[in-house]
Design a protein around this ligand. Structure first.
Ligand SMILES: Nc1ncnc2c1ncn2[C@@H]1O[C@H](COP(=O)(O)OP(=O)(O)OP(=O)(O)O)[C@@H](O)[C@H]1O
Length: 363
């Protein structure tokens, strides 16, 4: 029997690409230990993103990958998940109750930003994370409707608000607090102050991810929010039309300007699938999101079809990820959600939480 060296296993794991971030397991620092005992192998993998729906397949794939070693005995693969906080803009302090804030933006309105936000948030939760949504879309706070929620949030201390819950997700929305026609007229500082307050005064309960649905566009409000909210990353939603892509490009530039990493682009309404005959048609054009991602060197996280079920589910307060959790569309949202979280996992840790604040006391 030829004894198996750890280095041979490591060499093999260097060729195992995790499709969620496109890095190999060693480069991504996902392999925590490799033990060999009498050619029986135990590999301990730690993922930095929630992955409920793929862990079993990934275990099997790693086993298969390593099984080519000559004289290999039993192979055990143990996969755990550990979601940590990642760094935010240098000048800002991270939110104490939220590990990672992710902003979802769009260059223009109506591209399906809120629908995408809500489904991605539900997908992250389905994958095992603690998730919240902050609906900051003052021009059309639609998250409450999409989750079947209404009414004012409660408060135990008359100071902080308790997030309203739907499908295990903590939510706060400008829509719970003001009439639909009121917030729309807010301008600049009024809107940004209100949104900052909403973030600060909500009693978020230990979140891994807080997804913020930003108001559409790239004006002053969005820029100020991108500057003042401690975000770990941003996602841009666009449709494949030229006009939407030009606006999405502005979104990219906005986040670049304030040093917020763009984790990728989601192309929404990319193909129309006829509910009668299944025929697929690129109503808003073809390949726009991909081309834009390539030009700007960001990732295309995924493309969602223009599908009447997505709209109907959202209108009924039961978005597709929970209405049809095993369907193809839910799978697409979960793939996108895992990619967002996995890309974030590769980014720098938030070191500010690791060290206690040092207080010098005069005696
Ligand atoms: N992939 C999709 N297929 C079918 N309908 C969709 C899809 N995505 C969104 N929609 C529908 O398109 C409409 C606009 O979506 P949504 O409200 O999410 O857009 P938005 O970009 O957040 O808009 P705004 O921020 O301007 O209010 C909604 O009726 C929604 O149900």
């Amino acid at each position: 029997m030829t004894p198996i060296e750890k280095s041979s296993i490591e060499a093999l794991l260097k060729t195992f690409i995790d499709v969620n971030h496109n890095k190999d397991l060693i480069a991504a620092k996902s392999v925590k230990s490799i033990d060999v005992d009498n050619n029986n192998i135990t590999i301990r993998v730690e993922l930095g993103y929630p992955a409920n729906s793929i862990i079993d397949d990934m275990k099997a794939a790693i086993k298969q990958h390593v099984s080519v070693l000559p004289d290999v005995g039993e192979i055990n693969v143990d996969i755990t998940v550990n979601i940590i906080a990642h760094s935010v803009q240098q000048s800002l302090k991270p939110h104490p109750q939220v590990k990672n804030i992710v902003a979802v933006a769009s260059g223009k309105g109506g591209v399906g930003k809120s629908t995408t936000t809500v489904n991605i948030a539900l997908a992250l939760a389905a994958e095992g994370a603690r998730v919240g949504i902050l609906d900051a879309d003052i021009y059309g706070p639609s998250i409450p409707t999409m989750l079947g929620l209404s009414g004012s949030p409660e408060s135990h201390d008359n100071r902080t608000m308790i997030p309203k819950m739907a499908y295990d997700i903590q939510t706060m929305s400008i829509g719970y607090l003001v009439a639909a026609d009121q917030a729309v007229i807010w301008r600049g500082p009024m809107a940004t102050n209100a949104l900052q307050q909403l973030l600060r005064d909500t009693n978020w309960d230990d979140l891994d991810y807080l997804i913020i649905d930003l108001p559409p566009g790239t004006g002053d409000i969005q820029l100020t929010l991108a500057q003042q909210i401690p975000v770990s990353g941003a996602v841009i939603v666009t449709t494949p039309q030229d006009i939407a892509l030009i606006d999405a490009q502005r979104g990219l530039a906005m986040f670049e300007k304030v040093n917020v990493p763009v984790l990728g682009i989601v192309e929404n309404m990319s193909l129309h699938i006829c509910s009668q005959c299944g025929h697929e048609e690129a109503i808003f054009g073809n390949g726009g999101g991909k081309a834009m991602a390539e030009v700007n060197k960001v990732d295309l996280l995924g493309a969602l079809p223009l599908d009447i079920a997505i709209r109907q589910d959202a209108d009924l307060g039961r978005p597709t990820v929970v209405a049809e959790p095993d369907g193809r569309t839910a799978q697409l949202y979960k793939e996108i959600a895992r990619k967002i979280a996995a890309k974030l996992a590769l980014r720098a840790k938030d070191f500010s939480r690791k060290f206690p604040t040092i207080v010098v006391q005069n005696t």
